[in-house]
Design a protein around this ligand. Structure first.
Ligand code: NDP
Ligand code: 8X3
Length: 252
């Protein structure tokens, strides 16, 4: 029987690349996001190219009722969920603590931390039943705090803590927990962070070769493909030219 992966935030970037990678390898896929047009495009693309079952769920991970209802509704279609990739997330702004927008702080916390908690709790019975694998997308920003990173870094430090906490509490159920922490990946991330300012977004990647979403998806797939007795707990993946959270070797 084919396995099922549940990927949050699969309308673009790392989540979309994960959906493609797992679909290519025969997994049934549940994809989620808020932009229904993009969700449907990803679903059609996967169904056209791979002989797998694809279910698209439109909801905002910040909406607790929507998360729990959506998960309940898919279980008849996908009775077994083997892998959860907690990927939906965002940064908003890159401002000093004293100037940052408080609404942005709330959105980052509610999405990156509370949303991840909701999804994971909603899927808990299914992951227990399958002795499944939770893969949380953290960040280098969850390992090192950088200037003007304040609430985004805090949200990813929280993801780091939750990965450790889940691993401790869920080991008795045979559930694996892996934290994958990328450095700079060129996706829609910077366009979202800089609120549509594509010049600022592009500037984040000038002078060096960033990761692309497929680099991260390939690594996640590797983590998910190991034997039952092997778990990568924590993995940081960076562009070769990125030495830490903020230091990039830029060719002149
Ligand atoms: P993208 O902006 O390309 O993708 C983000 C995805 O998250 C989209 O599919 C978006 O879907 C979804 N999403 C965002 N907010 C919500 C929400 N409230 N409810 C449901 N879905 C939501 O960025 P990336 O692919 O780069 O980011 C994916 C993850 O990787 C994030 O957690 C990010 O923090 C992390 N990361 C990214 C790095 C980078 O440099 N790009 C580096 C390290 C970590 P939609 O808008 O349709 O809802
Ligand atoms: C995204 C990477 O360095 O912009 O988590 O924070 S960074």
């Amino acid at each position: 029987m084919s396995k099922t992966v549940f990927v949050t935030g699969a309308t673009s970037g790392i989540g979309k690349a994960c959906a493609e990678k797992f679909a290519k390898n025969g997994y049934d896929v549940v994809i989620t996001g808020r932009r229904v047009d993009l969700l449907n495009q990803v679903k059609s693309h996967l169904e056209k190219n791979y002989s797998i079952k694809v279910t698209a769920l439109e909801f905002d991970v910040q909406n607790r009722a929507a998360v729990f209802t959506s998960v309940e509704n898919i279980i008849s279609l996908h009775p077994t969920i083997d892998i959860l990739i907690n990927n939906a997330g965002l940064a908003l702004g890159r401002d000093a603590f004293d100037e940052a927008n408080i609404d942005d702080w709330e959105t980052m916390m509610n999405t990156n931390v509370t949303g991840l908690l909701y999804i994971t709790r909603a899927l808990m019975p299914h992951l227990k039943a399958s002795k499944g694998h939770i893969i949380n997308i953290g960040s280098i920003a969850g390992k090192e705090v950088y200037e003007n990173g304040n609430a985004y870094c805090a949200s990813k430090f929280a993801v780091d803590a939750l990965s450790k906490a889940m691993r401790i509490d869920l080991v008795k159920h045979g559930i694996k927990v892996t934290s994958v922490n990328p450095g700079a990946v060129e996706t829609e991330f910077s366009i979202v962070r800089f609120k549509g300012d594509t010049t600022k977004a592009k500037a984040a990647y000038i002078g060096y070769t960033p990761l692309v979403a497929a680099d991260v998806a390939d690594t996640i797939f590797y983590c998910a493909s190991l034997p039952a007795h092997v778990c990568i707990n924590d993995l940081t993946i960076m562009s070769t030219q990125q030495a830490n959270a903020t230091m990039f070797f830029k060719e002149s």
